[in-house]
Design a binder for this molecule. Structure first.
Ligand code: NAD
Length: 225
């Protein structure tokens, strides 16, 4: 079986109602990154940071996977499928996909603010000041903030190196080191990029369009073709 690696970003979840990073009118526009998504922000104003992620969790619980997430499952009928996502939402999981690596963590998990190995599921929406890990330290969202290391990159690179087909969906490829995964696709016979604002790239088959239209179309071609 050939290996397909799908690398997703906020664009695949946009049509589920979750704003992308740079969307206008989204949550990210109401807050500045440096106020809510850095370790310094959490030190300065933990309540604001927790509240930002509580709002995002509320939005996530009100949303559902869309046909782009769902159609990817069909690939596993014919290929070994791995999904590497920059998204912290759980829409790939909820669509039934397996083999998902979350490069930037998970919105529905908390972790100790002093011990990365103490991770807990979040039941419901809110993580509050005073919610503590078993050692008595404040819990924070289990997400990778700007300026923090991305420990899952090592696994992501080794999965990417084995790709026969590498598919990129809904990412501006602006956030590093995640975007550098494309540098490890030497074994891939095909690299395909689906994005609303995709630009031509050397060695990449570029499909400019909506994930909910273009992903099911590509999946059909790959499974039936
Ligand atoms: P980004 O906002 O930088 O880029 C989103 C990309 O998706 C853009 O290139 C845009 O053209 C494209 N897009 C928007 N709607 C689309 C659609 N319907 N179909 C196809 N493409 C569409 O997001 P990024 O590259 O993922 O990086 C931003 C960072 O912010 C990442 O770390 C990501 O984890 C995080 N983030 C995550 C979520 C989430 O978990 N759902 C949401 C916002 C931001």
């Amino acid at each position: 079986m050939q290996n397909i690696v799908v690398f997703t970003g906020a664009g695949i979840s946009a049509e589920s109602g979750l704003g992308t990073f740079r969307d206008s009118g989204g949550l990210w526009e109401q807050f500045k990154i440096e106020d809510v998504a850095t370790p310094e922000a959490f030190e300065r104003n933990p309540e604001l940071v927790l509240n930002f992620y509580n709002l995002r969790r509320k939005q996530l619980l009100e949303s559902k996977p869309n046909v782009a997430h769902i159609s990817l499952n069909k690939l596993s009928e014919k290929y070994n499928l791995h999904i590497i996502t920059q998204n912290i939402d759980d829409l790939h999981e909820r669509s039934g996909s397996k083999n998902i690596l979350h490069l930037h963590g998970k919105l529905m998990e908390s972790k100790s603010s002093i011990n990365d190995s103490l991770i807990y599921p979040i039941k419901g929406v809110d993580l509050k000041l005073g919610d503590l890990c078993k050692n008595g330290s404040q819990l924070r969202p289990n997400v990778v903030w700007f300026g923090e290391p991305v420990p899952k990159m090592i696994d992501a690179i080794s999965i990417t190196k084995k790709a026969d087909i590498f598919i990129v969906i809904g990412t501006s490829l602006n956030v590093y080191p995640a975007a550098s995964l494309l540098n490890y696709t030497n074994n891939a016979k095909r690299i395909i990029l689906i994005d609303l604002k995709a630009e031509q790239k050397k060695g990449v088959e570029v499909v400019k369009g909506k994930a909910t239209i273009e992903v099911p179309r590509l999946v059909r071609n790959l499974v039936e073709g």
